[in-house]
Ligand binder design. Structure first.
Ligand code: ADP
Ligand code: MG
Length: 608
């Protein structure tokens, strides 16, 4: 028979500690938060053994009196919370960090409050409290944590090794330091290189701190973000689309001065870049949300890095809108940054010219080139019409209509066209074309992806999408959450040409796909769509997200690099690009082609 018994205080603390103190970095986070809450202007952190053998945090904040010190290490003792759990203006409020740390490590706190003649030190070892002793120290607090998890060896085994733990600590310190440029932070120890972030004194402390933490390069390659809606303020910096990373580690999000890793915010950040960045790349950004404390609940998890907004739609909309706006306004700048480096590398030894190697301007600008026929003339030339029959996507491009064939015959060698006459394909992905004034290099995959995207959007807007029926339905195993998400939107997906149905738990059957996409890897398409759906809220109609869904689909339905093209296929691709507005950049914001003027080629060879 089981009997119900009350847990001892020690057990309760150890259980709670499991949630608060997951790894050494969590200890650093809690101690530094306490220092910031205490009004410190300077916080020094020292670690050893990845934080497992030593963490010492020293601050020059308000300190604690003898009596406060005795209480502070008890669970549920805090000086920060009033009766209103929704009026939180400090980083801490749960009153459990020090008690939790004391339960799983050796904790010593020395502190001096201005009202007392000397300081006091208290020691807790695996939950056992020793009475306070007088200690000599200036005002402020020094907390030392040694032998973390010595009383819970199971946890110790889960630690990742000194390097990983030490870098997790660095990450936490960076995030807190970024949120508080008014405080000086230093981090040192035998397990790391030293870091020092002096107080930023200029007009824009946040930018200065970003420069210290993320490098000046980020500041130079980012866009200032500033927006406000209904009392929610968004500010910060977001990297240019071309300044991206392979993972999301360089995304720094803050809510009321608190670093958070919030799904809603990360989703909004991603959505803001969705149209200009491929899904396997990640933007770099440091964004702050500030709002009235009642607008956000931070008491979601003991680690306090999740938040719930009272109006999540407002916050998401604010972020997505502001990012899109900023990116849109900087549209051309994003394209040139990457190009500049290429030119520099390319033009070794040659006199440099800023006009030399021009990444593609958006297509309509061709109309401004006096020597070339107006772009609009080309745009009104009938575009080659491709059948939407069930065949591999690119086959469509390779079969120009009678009209296009007639054009091709008339302009047998179409060097007078904006994108010229295809001369060669190199590295199985780049089409080299000759124009009257130079050469054009086209990224065939990027270009084709954009064309499929535009065609898909047009088809959807006009009459709905032609579908192809799969002779044998594709059965795709997916996590149950994803299956549920996809099936919930099955009707909408069907409108967009993708017919799926339930195939038992953890699987869906794909019966029809949009014909335009040709032969597909249906599995990876569904995985990506499920990802998209997870980010959007249940009330968003997919039709409203059409551009995004179309981009996701286009990405899966495009000719990959590595396919050899026949000359007439290449020319057909160039002609279709000319006839398609917005085809100058791919869905990820990269140019689809670059042009090198003859004059610039001559300059490269010192002929001019
Ligand atoms: P919380 O931060 O949620 O209040 P903690 O267990 O982290 O809970 O700290 C308990 C209390 O100890 C705090 O409310 C604060 O009054 C005091 N305290 C902790 N660290 C410091 C510090 N570095 N300087 C001054 N007071 C501190
Ligand atoms: Mg605290």
């Amino acid at each position: 028979m089981t009997t119900v018994r009350r847990l001892t205080e020690d057990m309760i603390n150890r259980i709670a500690a499991g949630e608060v103190v997951e790894r050494p970095a969590s200890v650093v986070k809690e101690l530094v938060e306490n220092a910031i809450d205490a009004g410190a202007k300077r916080v020094e952190i020292v670690t050893a053994g990845g934080g497992a053998s030593l963490i010492r945090v020293t601050d020059d904040g308000g300190g604690m009196t003898h009596d406060d010190l005795g209480l502070a290490i008890d669970r549920h003792c805090t000086s920060k919370l009033t009766d209103d759990l929704l009026d939180i203006r400090t980083l801490g409020f749960r009153g459990e960090a020090l008690a939790s740390i004391g339960a799983v490590a050796r904790l010593s706190i020395a502190s001096r409050h201005a009202s007392e003649p000397h300081g006091w030190e208290i020691v807790v070892e695996g939950g056992l409290v020793h009475p306070p002793r007088p200690a000599g120290l200036n005002s402020g607090t020094r907390v030392e944590v040694t032998d973390l998890f010595f009383s819970t060896p199971a946890r110790l085994k889960f630690l990742k090794g000194e390097r990983a733990e030490s870098s997790a600590i660095t990450d936490i310190v960076k995030r807190l330091a970024m949120a508080h440029p008014e405080v000086r932070f230093s981090l040192a120890g035998s397990d790391r290189g030293a870091i020092d972030y002096p107080v930023a004194h200029g007009d824009e402390p946040f930018v200065e701190r970003l420069g210290q933490i993320l490098s000046q390069d980020f500041v130079d390659n980012s866009l200032a973000i500033e927006a406000e809606r209904e009392g929610v303020r968004l500010s910060g910096y977001a990297g240019l689309p071309t300044y991206n990373r392979a993972n999301g580690l360089q995304q720094f999000l803050f809510v009321n001065g608190r670093p958070v890793r919030d799904k809603l915010l990360m989703g909004a950040l991603r959505a803001g870049y969705a149209d200009v960045m491929s899904r396997d790349r990640h933007p770099v950004a440091a964004l702050r949300i500030d709002l009235e404390p009642h607008g956000v609940d931070v008491n979601v998890h003991p680690a306090k890095s999740d938040v719930r907004f009272r109006d999540p739609g407002l916050v998401r909309g604010l972020i997505v809108g502001a990012l899109r706006n900023a990116i849109h306004q900087a549209g051309h700048r994003s394209a040139t940054t990457g190009g500049g480096a290429t030119i520099a590398a390319f033009r070794t030894g040659a006199p440099s010219s800023s006009t030399a190697w021009r990444p593609s301007a958006p297509m309509p600008s061709f109309g401004n080139t006096a020597a070339a026929p107006s772009w609009r003339d080309w745009a009104t030339t009938p575009a080659p019409q491709f059948s939407e029959a069930a065949q591999p996507a690119f086959a469509a491009v390779s079969q120009p209509s009678a009209d296009a064939r007639a054009n091709a015959v008339a302009a047998n060698d179409p060097t007078d066209r904006p994108l010229g006459a295809a001369r060669a394909q190199v590295h199985e992905n780049y089409i080299i074309a000759q124009t009257d004034h130079g050469i054009v290099i086209v990224d065939q995959h990027a270009a084709h992806e954009r064309l499929v995207y535009e065609r898909l959007k047009t088809a959807l807007a006009r009459s709905g999408v032609a579908r192809q029926i799969l002779l044998i339905p594709d059965v795709i195993d997916l996590p149950e959450d994803d299956v549920a998400r996809l099936l919930k939107r099955a009707d909408e997906l069907a409108e967009l040409g993708l017919a799926i149905e339930s195939f038992g738990p953890g699987a869906v059957a794909v019966r029809e796909t949009p014909a335009l996409l040709g032969e597909l890897d249906t599995r990876s398409l569904l995985v990506d769509l499920a990802d998209d759906l997870a980010e959007w809220d249940d009330t968003t109609r997919l039709k409203e997200k059409l551009d995004h869904v179309a981009a996701t689909m286009a990405c899966h339905g495009s000719v990959r690099s590595g396919r050899r093209l026949r000359p007439e296929e290449m020319d057909a691709l160039l002609r279709e690009m000319e006839a398609t507005p917005g085809s100058g950049q791919c869905n990820h914001g990269r140019p689809t082609y670059v042009e090198l003027k003859l004059a610039d080629i001559e300059r490269l060879f010192g002929r001019r």
